[in-house]
Write a protein that binds this ligand. Sequence first.
Ligand SMILES: NC(=O)c1ccc[n+]([C@@H]2O[C@H](COP(=O)([O-])OP(=O)(O)OC[C@H]3O[C@@H](n4cnc5c(N)ncnc54)[C@H](O)[C@@H]3O)[C@@H](O)[C@H]2O)c1
Length: 327
Amino acid sequence: MKILVTGGLGFIGSNFILHALRNPKLRITNIDAGLPGSNVQNLKQVKNNARYRYIKGNITNKKLVDKLASDIDAIVNFAAESHVDRSISDPQPFIDSNIYGTYTLLEAVRRHRKKLIQISTDEVFGSLKSANATERYPYNPSSPYAASKAAAENLVNSYFITYDSDVITTRCTNNYGPRQSPEKLIPKTILLAEQNKKIPIYGTGKNIRDWIFVQDHCDAIFRVLFEGKRGESYNISANNEADNLKIVKKILKIMEKSENLIEFTSDRPGHDFRYSLNSNKIRRKLSWRPIHKFEDGLEQTIEWYQQNKEWRRHIKNEAFTIPWKTR
Ligand SMILES: NC(=O)c1ccc[n+]([C@@H]2O[C@H](COP(=O)([O-])OP(=O)(O)OC[C@H]3O[C@@H](n4cnc5c(N)ncnc54)[C@H](O)[C@@H]3O)[C@@H](O)[C@H]2O)c1
């Protein structure tokens, strides 16, 4: 099977490709534009693998996407502008990559009759006070990032209804693990703590996210790719809710660092209080379940960032700033 992975130099896409290449029946083409979130080191180890090919390119390039789609069986679309803070300071790239980019892929799968797995997020449902969102929960995105992902989901759904395209959407909660840019909470905390630098936490740190180890997410995507039902969507979660302060304190404890490093900062505008997904459907219909315990996954993650010094040299500098201050 030939798979076109988009955004494969980023966090989840690179973990997915490394996982995929363990299966000798899979060939991977990775199209990535090298935008924020990407790191060339993420896939250095498979650079010379005969079943892997990297194309530096943008998914908004219709001609290129059309050409690539003609020679594959399925597309898994990870490519996206992914950081809420950056979407607050400048929404434009989020509209381009997340909405127009998805449209370009949809046109290619429509023309060539290929399969598309659209990777989406729990953020499309907005902030939940209690309970959790099933696949039928109404969209209520708060940030330009979440709104762009909800728009993309709607487009994907429309191609199923209108053109009977072979499309499926997956929605996942917050991922953690190796190869994530330190613009995000967990790697940022690890790398700042290691240098005994202050760790910024928004507001009171009480905002809740549901955390899943990236490999469990990738396993779920494979299940959906091979066994998922056309036109459907699947929520993916590990039922592991924790507030940001608790996460940072856990990391500091494992790293034997002082909690005095924590520094509360002014809150992100429109900061959602809590996301939570109900993943009963994928567990019941596709027999998927997460296998990593949070404590084990977190220790493994910390160790990975501590050991991969060469990867760290390729981090983009702006990853450590708090960029939502509007222009
Ligand atoms: N990280 C999470 O916790 C999480 C949770 C749920 C869903 N998601 C979704 O999973 C996907 C991957 O997230 P991630 O955390 O790996 O993001 P990331 O920022 O680490 O990686 C995104 C990758 O996409 C590439 N990219 C962006 N726009 C592109 C374009 N127009 N053309 C080609 N390449 C482009 C970037 O260069 C980067 O390598 C995203 O769609 C995101 O919305 C992420």
